[in-house]
Design a protein around this ligand. Structure first.
Ligand code: F0G
Length: 394
């Protein structure tokens, strides 16, 4: 396959895979696959779904470092009033989040480039996933986290998979600035979503949706933090359209938490740039981000697809998390529930047509954040080991 890295700002193209941003204008890069060089050998037959099913459209040459990522379930739900709502549960990936789709490509690329170590800043899931794939690949892994603001399950994963985990007394945005500098100085391969190859893995969410549904939904709703995933999924649909495999692109709909919503605010004013927020805050710690690196790509995805952005309160997020878990049996972490909270809000606002088919992406598993669950559901009731006493509480 023939591809180059293209700057989304100045349109220059580069053949060097080791770049993260444009050497001439510092703009974001994306992988431009020369689609006329691609021979599509996969079928949208709804079977054998996995990230690597679509390898003809994935810009890596070496043997995949894989843990069987992708192939996540697409549940039909009763969440829409009259419209059809599906939930694609990305929490069912090997490390419990969608990040695995990006990491299988990113870590394979790290090996291809001869790197010895990978690094990221993270609100948790990226670090868990990166640590897991680095372990599989035999690479060292370095992680910078906002201290005290990462859900316990995610820290546990990063530690157990052998990453060196450092908590800094600041937020994610600052951690990312540091890790970008450190990676450059120490020759670590940076695996945040500013890495254009990571997003190539995440675009397979779009491929799987079409593969499983057998058609293109009208809308895709997902939580937005550093804004990589919405950009990646849009790119996936765009490539399928350019290849003539589909003839429409869903309205990309990004949901942010009220306390961390620079993209929503830019969208509201129809702007192309965000104003970074200095002190983002939300119960959905995965998307507690004030200066999303991929903001330009995300806003482009929203505008070009005729989509929109909405913000939801922490209360709405927790209510949606409980609702999804107790009514549909789908257990997700708070950030993921933002997509359901966004759906409910947009239904209320009358923004979603009754004939629409909507796919909500739930990005991470319930078990990622047990502490929030206990704080909103309470501890289990304790009683004596006595039949009558147990029956009393039943
Ligand atoms: N949902 C979950 C569960 C996440 O972990 C993240 C991002 C997002 C949504 C937002 O995705 O950044 O592509 O817009 N988590 C990153 C991390 C930042 O470090 O784990 P995005």
């Amino acid at each position: 396959m023939d591809y180059a890295l293209r700057c989304i700002e100045c349109d220059r193209e580069f053949e060097n895979d080791e770049l993260y941003t444009c050497p001439s204008c510092n703009g974001l890069l994306e992988v431009k696959i020369r689609l006329d060089s691609v021979e599509v050998d996969f079928k949208f037959d709804g079977i054998n779904l996995r990230v690597w099913k679509y390898s003809n459209l994935l810009p890596v040459k070496s043997k995949p470092i894989s843990l069987n990522e992708g192939g996540t379930p697409l549940f039909k739900t009763t969440l829409g009033d009259r419209c059809k709502v599906y939930v694609k549960h990305e929490g069912m990936n090997p490390s419990g989040s969608f990040k695995d789709r990006g990491m299988t490509i990113g870590v394979t690329k790290a090996i291809e480039l001869g790197k010895k170590a990978v690094a990221c800043a993270s609100t948790g899931n990226t670090s868990a996933s990166m640590a897991m794939y680095a372990a599989k690949a035999g690479l060292k892994a370095y992680v910078l986290l906002p201290a005290g603001k990462v859900a316990l399950g995610k820290v546990a994963q990063a530690l157990m998979h052998g990453a060196k985990v450092i908590g800094i007394k600041s937020n994610f945005d600052v951690a990312l600035e540091f890790v970008r500098k450190i990676s450059e100085e120490e020759n670590f391969y940076l695996l945040n979503s500013v890495n254009p190859f990571r997003l190539e893995g995440q675009k397979t969410i779009a491929f799987e949706i079409v593969d499983e549904l057998g058609y293109v939904p009208d809308r895709v709703i997902l939580p937005v933090g550093n804004a990589g995933n919405i950009s990646a999924i849009f790119k996936g649909f765009k490539e399928l359209k350019e290849l003539g495999l589909i003839d429409s692109i869903p309205k990309m709909t990004g949901v942010q938490a009220e306390g961390a919503s620079p993209i929503y605010k830019a969208f509201k004013e129809r702007k192309l740039d965000i104003i970074p927020e200095q002190s983002p805050e939300t119960v959905a710690t995965a998307i507690r981000i004030g200066n999303p690196v991929n903001a330009k790509k995300a806003l482009n995805a929203i505008y070009k697809s005729n989509g929109l952005s909405v913000s939801v309160s922490d209360n709405e997020i927790i209510e949606a998390q409980k609702f999804l878990a107790s009514k549909e049996g789908i257990g997700v972490e708070p950030a993921s529930a933002a997509s359901i909270a966004g759906l409910r809000k947009l239904l209320e606002m009358g923004e979603i047509g009754s004939d629409e088919t909507v796919v909500c992406i739930t990005t991470g598993h319930l078990l990622k954040d047990p502490e929030t669950v206990i704080s909103v559901c309470g501890e289990p009731i304790e009683v004596e080991a006595d039949l009558e006493k147990i029956k009393e509480v039943l």
